[in-house]
Ligand binder design. Structure first.
Ligand code: BGC
Length: 316
């Protein structure tokens, strides 16, 4: 029997999982919703249950797997300790240990979700063959993974690349899940985009396609902007301005070869990256030799690829 490995991308809204062959082919993928109730206490149990179920459906068992890699949406220390995941409600947890215990002691390797996605894109995606890469993930949260000289930069406290909690707005009265005010994540995550849209709709008297949508999503905002809706376009421009300025700061700090935009919101495609780029270029005028901004090639699978790579690198 061929040996397998599992890649998990744990997000604030959904958990994506994939079974990979030891030579890195994605054999099967699926996703389940993230249950953030009761401070996310069911998440690891749900993951374990779902893995067992999907392996069984393919006539496989956990014994066929050599290891698991998992990206989680928060700072991760080398010991596997996760102090906080603001979008899951987790505090002071060892999620890798818990998963391994439920699944009979299998090796579980943990990383921050954005770091892991950066690993995925530099392994098999848009940053292939680069040594210095930044991946910005825009989903329920906003994060970034920084790879320099082929190595993920984690930082002393696991905080390297926590771009979502960079301050970008002084006039913000609502507190971010992290406790601060005016974080990029409050304004440019999928939830932040919807929040900005709702606030704009309350004030703006112009008619907008967004007014007729019952359960507004970030995708609706981008789709309406693409369709020429003025109100939606102004929101998108505002969001991309925040992203552009924050990304320029990261670029001028670590000077990567490429900046990859991933996460659910990146499904908006080059419409999104072109607008971010326009802003980013305003603040990176020191030299015209700087990183280009591109879309993630693995799309929303970057996280599971990177998680599998994390496990395979540790095991082989
Ligand atoms: C977390 C990051 C994570 C990002 C995307 C942020 O709220 O602090 O660690 O990478 O969300 O999930």
């Amino acid at each position: 029997m061929e040996q397998l490995c599992i890649g998990i991308d744990l997000g604030g809204t959904s958990i994506k999982m994939g079974i990979f062959s030891a030579d890195a082919k994605l054999l099967k993928k699926w996703e389940i919703p993230t249950d953030t109730s009761n401070k996310g206490e069911n998440i690891i149990k749900d993951i374990a249950k779902s893995i067992k179920k999907e392996l069984k459906a393919s006539d496989l068992s956990i014994m066929d797997c050599i290891g698991i890699g998992m990206g989680v949406p928060g700072p991760v220390l080398k010991s596997g300790y996760v102090k906080v995941c603001v979008n899951l409600g987790w505090k002071d947890v060892y999620p890798g240990r818990e998963l391994s215990d439920i699944l009979g002691g299998i090796a579980v390797y943990l990383g921050n979700d954005a770091n892991v996605a950066a690993l995925g894109e530099s392994w098999q995606g848009a940053a292939k063959d680069t040594q210095d890469t930044v991946l910005v993930t825009i989903g329920t949260g906003v994060g970034s993974g920084i790879i320099i000289d082929g190595k993920i930069v984690v930082g002393r406290h696991g905080l390297a690349g926590e771009i979502g909690h960079i301050h970008v707005e002084d006039n913000e009265s609502k507190q971010c899940n992290c406790g601060a005010y005016g974080c990029l994540e409050q304004l440019a995550s999928a939830t932040g985009i919807v929040r900005l849209a709702k606030a704009a709709l309350e004030k703006d008297k112009r008619s907008s396609l967004l007014q007729n949508i019952e359960k507004l999503t970030a995708k609706d905002v981008f789709d309406s902007a693409k369709a020429g809706d003025e109100v939606a376009m102004e929101i998108v421009q505002k969001v991309c301005a925040y992203l552009g300025v924050a990304i320029s700061k990261v670029s001028l700090t670590v000077d990567p070869e490429v900046i990859v935009i991933g996460g659910g919101v990146s499904k908006a495609g080059s419409f999104l990256t072109d607008l971010i780029k326009k802003e980013y270029l305003k603040y990176t005028t020191l030299s015209d030799e700087h990183a280009d901004i591109v879309l993630a090639q693995l799309g929303n699978d970057a996280g599971i690829y990177g998680a599998a790579k994390l496990a395979l690198s540790a095991l082989t």
